[in-house]
Design a protein around this ligand. Structure first.
Ligand code: VG1
Ligand code: CO
Length: 544
């Protein structure tokens, strides 16, 4: 039946979008009516679907295929004109962002819980992106959440599942579903930004590369771009076939979850360059022979070298980073004489800066880097920009890093995560520090002196909107800093993130082991927050 039917429904608690859309245990998303309640709340928040075009796709995790069918039926019943869907329901987050922009769609629904594990007992997620290709801003996610509290009906069709395995158009009701190759348009965009000939020559000269797709969505993209178009040998892409459970791993490109790749580059005969991406393809980890590049350093190095790639040859308008990201990029922006912006965590805050032409490159300490080519962070894009820079500078990754530090100084940096902490305890840690902030400036902690302490609030320079309570900052004399905030992407208890940074100028010691360089700040954080005492955790679960 292609006549829309209206079904009654009662609201679900907690359908509140977090840092990047709604994330819950897969079993929660599978509750009868759960996806429907959230999707109808989205459609109502954007004033309906009549005549609109949406891009729909996901990272291929468990329940991706079923949720897409639900969304397509509802979009058709709500009057949408067209949905552009990746073949097999697959689209990386940056590729979805690109399609929204290229096809001038009204928005997109992206199914992903990103770096969180997938499977029936793991995590699922859904987020809405607006017409600029970027994650919906807080005004929209707020309206969606308000709708979820009172939703009483949804509209759908009673049609069988569509076959999304073949390219072409199908029509459930009056809406056209266009199944597209998920890779083609994205790969074409990459060719406009980078010097593929130079990268091809680098690879042909024996420069060895490994890319770990972590059994997630970037596999097909990396096979096509790195192996087919750039001529890297077969086997360059590891774990390149997307699996619904990501091979039971955490598709999180960091030294913990991508340890085999890190071990490989640290070995005698390891590759010259290696990288990994996450579940939905928007994150990246960069490694060189013998070195791990922190995401904060990666942003700074890319900002300093982007002009070497054709797409950025005109130079950068500005650089933006999330507040917890190290201030290494700020030093580059200062030297280049370009704008520098500090935003709250989450890519949605970069959208206005990119749209207004204020920032060209953006980055987050959580392995996210991107540019104004789309409105999401982009894992493979970062890999290609690095390769382009390496092809032009003809230096090793380690030498490029060393050269960078010798020019700008080094921002030693690490993030310590305490995961699945009981919510009450996590709140007690945060509230304890909040209560102290005002009295901290001028006091001594674990041998350091506090210069400033505050709760970060962001005034968007483009639309004037204000976002408060975006993390606690303690700045120490000499340029060190500790930041603390609670994660907005977890699905179990609370995750406390502690971000540690220490600046050493170019003439100082640039070769200290990172955790050792930050040890004093760790002690200061404990003295200030009693985090480990309150949570009973002796160690962080993850250090990146
Ligand atoms: C985390 C990261 C943040 C990132 C977000 C979404 O958020 O810290 O930098 O933008 O994940 O990335 P939180 O609130 O857990 O710290 V992804 O690749 O999960 O879409
Ligand atoms: Co992601």
């Amino acid at each position: 039946m292609t006549t829309p039917v209206t079904r009654e429904i009662t609201p679900f608690d907690g359908q509140k979008p977090g840092t990047s859309g709604l994330r819950k245990k897969t079993g929660v998303f599978m509750l009868e009516g759960y996806v429907e309640a959230f999707v109808q709340s989205i459609f109502d928040a954007i004033e309906g679907c009549e005549g609109k075009t949406f891009v729909v796709g996901g990272d291929g995790r468990y329940f991706n295929a079923e949720a897409i069918q639900t969304i397509l039926r509802m979009a058709a019943a709500n009057g949408a004109a067209r949905c552009i869907v990746g073949q097999g329901g697959l689209l990386s987050t940056p590729a979805a962002s690109n399609l929204i922009r290229q096809r001038e769609a009204n928005g997109g629904l992206i199914l992903s819980a990103s770096h969180n594990p997938g499977g029936i007992d793991e995590d699922f997620g859904l987020k809405y992106n607006t017409a600029n290709g970027g994650p919906a801003p807080e005004s929209v996610t707020g309206a969606i959440f308000e709708n979820t509290k009172t939703i009483s009906r949804y509209v759908t069709l009673e049609t069988p599942d569509l076959d999304l395995s073949a390219l072409g158009e199908v029509a459930p009701g009056d809406m056209v579903v266009e199944v597209v190759d998920p890779v083609t348009d994205y790969a074409a965009l990459m060719e406009t930004l980078f010097d593929f000939d130079a990268i091809r020559a680098l690879l042909a000269g024996g420069f060895a590369v490994k890319f770990d797709a972590m059994h997630a969505v970037t596999g097909p993209y990396a096979h096509e771009i790195l192996e087919n178009r750039l001529g890297a040998p077969k086997g360059t892409v590891l774990n390149g076939t997307p699996k619904v459970d990501f091979g039971k791993g955490h598709p999180d490109p960091n030294p913990i979850w991508a340890k085999p790749l890190v071990d490989l580059v640290m070995s005698e005969d390891g590759p010259d360059f290696a990288a990994a991406s996450d579940g939905d393809g928007d994150r990246n980890m960069i490694l060189g022979k013998g070195v791990y590049v922190t995401p904060s350093d990666s942003l700074a190095v890319l900002a300093a070298n982007a002009h070497l790639a054709p797409g950025y040859a005109r130079g950068l308008a500005g650089v933006a980073r999330s507040m917890p990201t190290s201030r290494a990029a700020d030093r580059v922006a200062e030297k280049l004489g370009i704008g520098c912006y500090e935003t709250p965590t989450g890519w949605k805050f970069f959208g206005n800066l990119l749209d207004a032409g204020k920032a060209t490159l953006c980055g987050e300490e959580s392995a996210g880097t991107g540019s104004d080519h789309v409105r999401e962070k982009d894992g493979l894009w970062a890999v290609l920009l690095w390769l382009n820079v390496l092809a032009v500078r003809k230096m090793s990754v380690a030498d490029i890093l060393r050269d960078h530090w010798q020019t700008f100084g080094r921002n030693y940096y690490s993030r310590h995560d305490y995961e699945a902490v009981e919510t009450e305890k996590a709140n007690a840690v945060v509230e304890g520090l909040v209560a102290k902030l005002d009295g901290l400036p001028g006091t001594g902690v674990a041998g350091l002196t506090v210069e400033e302490a505050d709760q970060f609030a962001y005034l968007d320079p483009v639309d004037g909107s204000v976002s408060e309570k975006q993390g606690l900052r303690v700045m120490f004399r000499g340029g060190s800093r500790a930041v603390m905030r609670l994660s907005g992407t977890g699905t179990e208890g609370a995750t406390i993130r502690v971000y540690l940074e220490r600046y050493v100028p170019a003439e100082g010691d640039l070769e200290i082991e990172t955790q050792q360089a930050l040890a004093e700040i760790v002690l200061a954080v404990e003295e200030l927050t009693q985090l480990r005492a309150i949570t009973g955790r002796a160690e962080p679960d993850v250090m990146t």
